[in-house]
Write a protein that binds this ligand. Structure first.
Ligand SMILES: [Zn+2]
Length: 469
């Protein structure tokens, strides 16, 4: 019976087999020629992290073994710069590819315009699942940083007197982010993880508080930023204090690095390709020889310790490059177009950043001719910084001529050349002014947005502290 059927249907079976083979070949050819799906994206912003306190930047202490290990799979940008040394404006630039003068978040407490097309919105509209774990209310929903995120979790850990309880809250963000990543297997996703540490106060949870100086007592007063600042202003800090405060800052980095290691382990097990970007919104000044009474950051702190930021980009598996270090100048506004290119999403409209893909592959070797930073809160105190390969100009509004440094000869910015080199000062001043005047029109709707409760919260955290600008 069966044999008879086979004989009866043989021509049809042969025809079906041939058809199946042809279809299988067409499908296989399509799979082979179709570009692979775009990688998922992880953006980690470590608040207040100086580039030169990381092992990958040659720092003397073991603050960052996990980030350093990750860097061996990626590309380190040795001369990356932020556009403003405040969390809100700087993050708004990372998320829009625009300078603060253009996106309008010119100070903490300003709301990012709904007209802004953020990185998260771009990726979400291209089918990426999106989540943000943020540790600072100045980056919260009140200020528009949730645009484009399906999941947006804020855990405020900022006060002038950080306690172990608050730090445990910070550690929780890492666990939640890891949990979310695990649920994203098989999905295309974008994760933004904002780490509050090492933001002041420098008071890391044990054992990180004594990791680099076992002698620091629990009762050490300068674990509290308010007390530290008062002592700085009154000139009461000793060299031992400076060393201790620095050891506490480094302990905060070590805390963050170890927690990030947990995220990196999770990503290593992720079956699909992922791009990982690690950077910071600004550094911190730590007893700079040029400004020895200053610790921390505020608007317009454009010495290298605060303006230069770490930038590490780990391309997805299969990305071919021999480049491991880039010396060219790059800006934090370049992060968005780089991620967009990896994710293969179009950017609608014009942005001011440009993709770093050519520097990553080595097809380009030069970075920007100059990078710019700005402090715009008060027109009468407007400050613009221009940093070329060799020089930095810090130009202030008003009769003050500003400061000029030769960074090759004077990397510590100790010797102001403004009076000695008037022609160069004039040339760079003209350049920064005309650059500023040529900026595109500001996005509509960006404005100060503070409810009394949020204002009180930010003030307690030292955000709206005019003395500290
Ligand atoms: Zn910040």
């Amino acid at each position: 019976m069966i044999r008879g059927l086979v004989r009866y249907y043989r021509p049809a079976i042969l025809y079906a087999a041939a058809l199946f083979t042809v279809v299988a070949l067409i499908v296989a050819a399509h799979v082979l020629t179709r570009p692979p799906a775009p990688p998922s994206i992880v953006l980690i912003t470590v608040d207040s992290l100086r580039a030169d306190h990381l092992g990958l930047d040659g720092y003397r202490r073991q603050t960052s073994p996990r980030i350093d290990a990750l860097a061996r799979d990626g590309v380190v940008f040795e001369r990356a710069f932020t556009v403003e040394t405040l969390s809100g404006p700087s993050h708004a630039s990372l998320f829009t590819g625009l300078y603060p003068v253009t996106h309008g978040v010119i100070y903490n407490g300003y709301r990012l315009s709904e007209e802004a097309v953020t990185l998260a919105e771009l990726l979400r509209s291209a089918g990426f699942r999106t989540a943000a774990y943020v540790s600072d209310s100045v980056l919260g929903r009140d200020f528009g940083f949730d645009q484009g995120f399906e999941r947006f979790e804020l855990r405020q850990v900022r006060t002038h007197a950080k306690t172990p309880k608050l730090l445990n809250v910070a550690a929780r963000s890492f666990h939640l982010a890891r949990h979310w990543l695990r649920a994203m297997r098989g999905e295309k996703f974008f994760l933004w993880l904002h780490c509050h540490q090492p933001h002041f106060s420098y008071n890391p949870i044990p054992p990180y508080d004594r990791k680099f100086d076992p002698e620091i007592p629990d009762s050490y007063p300068y674990r509290n930023y308010t007390k530290l600042r008062t002592a700085l202003e009154e000139g009461r800090l000793t060299p031992t204090d400076e060393a201790r405060v620095t050891a506490l800052y480094d302990g905060e980095i070590a805390f963050t690095d170890e927690n990030l290691g947990m995220i990196f382990d999770e990503l290593r097990q992720h079956p699909e390709p992922v791009v990982i970007v690690v950077t910071s919104d600004h550094g911190d000044l730590l007893f700079e020889p040029r400004d020895p009474k200053r610790v921390g950051h505020g608007g317009g702190h454009f010495y290298e310790g605060a303006m230069r930021v770490p930038l590490l980009i780990v391309p997805p598996a299969g990305f071919e490059t021999d480049v491991s270090r880039v010396q060219g100048l790059v800006s934090s506004i370049d992060v968005l177009p780089t991620i967009a290119e990896f994710a293969r999403v179009e950017i609608p409209g014009k942005i001011e950043g440009r993709s770093l893909k050519g520097l990553l592959t080595g097809t380009e070797s030069r970075g920007r001719d100059a990078v710019y930073a700005m402090y715009l809160k008060h027109d009468e105190r407007r400050t613009l910084a221009l940093r070329t390969e060799t020089h930095k100009l810090i130009h202030r509004a008003g009769p003050d001529t500003g400061e000029l440094y030769d960074l090759d000869a004077d990397p510590g910015e100790l010797h102001d050349l403004a009076r000695e080199q008037p022609a160069l000062l004039q040339r760079l001043t003209d350049r920064v002014r005309s650059w500023y005047d040529e900026r595109p029109e500001r996005l509509p709707g960006a404005q100060r947005s503070l409810s009394p409760e949020v204002e009180a919260l930010l003030r307690r955290g030292g955000y709206l502290d005019d003395d500290h600008e």
